[in-house]
Design a protein. Sequence first.
Length: 467
Amino acid sequence: MFLNNCLSIPQKLTDFARIFNDNNFKCYLVGGAVRDMIMGIKAHDYDIATDAKPEDVMRIFRKVIPTGIAHGTVTVHIFGMELETTTFRTESDYSDGRHPDKIEFAATIEEDLSRRDFTMNAIAYDILNKKIVDPFEGQKDIKNKTIRTVGNAIERFTEDGLRPVRALRFASQLGFLIEEETFKSISIPAVLEKTRSISPERFRDEFCKILSTNKPSVGLKLLEQTGILSMFIPEFTPCRNCIQKDVRGFHEFDVADHNLYACDGAPKDNLIVRLAAFFHDIGKPESRSTEIISGNEVVHFHGHEKISEKKTIRAMTNLKFSNDEIKKVSHLVKEHMFHYESSWTNAAVRRFIIRIGTENLHDLILLRLADTHGMHNTPVIEGSPSWNNIVELKKRIEEILSENSALSLKDLKVNGNDLMQEGIPRGKELGMILRELFETVTDSPKMNERETLLSLAKNIHEAKFKN
């Protein structure tokens, strides 16, 4: 991990740097790519720092997009790559808590590195000369798995309110510890006030990155501990110290930790399920009640899933999630309390599929496994009762789906036009008859035949809607 010589750089980057050199300019690889390479992680995005001005870069290369030219940044399209290229610069005065009011071009890479957030991100690599530039001992901090700001932590954090959230995200993502003074600075009122000023979208993006780490509970607990989580998702705060444990042994943790450990139990590559795991029990504090049974206090959360659904919609709306994401996550939250039993009839399984939606079944089952994981912070073991219950339900769902059963109105062998041709008028009556036909077919799939349904529709119309 600790460098003594050079990084393994793709030949295309070397060729790119040579073009700068041929035009008497310097070219450095900077940022996360350097950090990742030092850690032995394959880099995917490459950021370039140079002493060439934007107009020089646009003159040298054929295809250059002025993506942030006011800040000295352009994107060069070359060799099948998109390389964000920024002129050495310094920054000062962050009146909006996010963007510098004053940007000046700098003469050296060292000056440019001094404006960066953390020492591990303030390392540059001279591509052609194969030399590391590390004025703030970032390699040492990487080796020690430490996150430390470049210079005074309070100054860095009050310049840009996103930096504290990034520190917590990096800790979760990389498995690093935040240096003590750096961590303490995050909770200072002046820093929290700057963080509060960042846009909901900025926080959301970092929040989702934390949810996508190997063990999101680490970063989420840091967000909670520093007070940042309560600023952006206040709905979560009452979950802390909301006790669930009782003599039945279902739960070991309070609602907050249960939700966080459920996130750990959800698949890393499925953001929708991890979001649902984070929110699934967020309504429990409002629904909590107790009763004494056989001398023991038993805790109940009747109807918490409906409260959780509403809070999920509110929180995700405030964080500017897309309507589609909000709809999917809140639906999973609302439906997570299903209790499958072997005694369910096939009609009950069909109704379950219809209520959940075939497109949501897989995610709901993953959420159930995550929920079970969160009860004791332990994965569901293959062959356990919980595992076998899910396996049996999945098998029955697959059987129902293979039957090509009618799972929506469009699956009926008749439609509204067919009923109107039989003399049933367009309108409310028609819709009610179609829904009754659908209920019949849900109970008895063999009834889903055109002539059978047309005859049944006429009978319903005669019996219920003709005077």
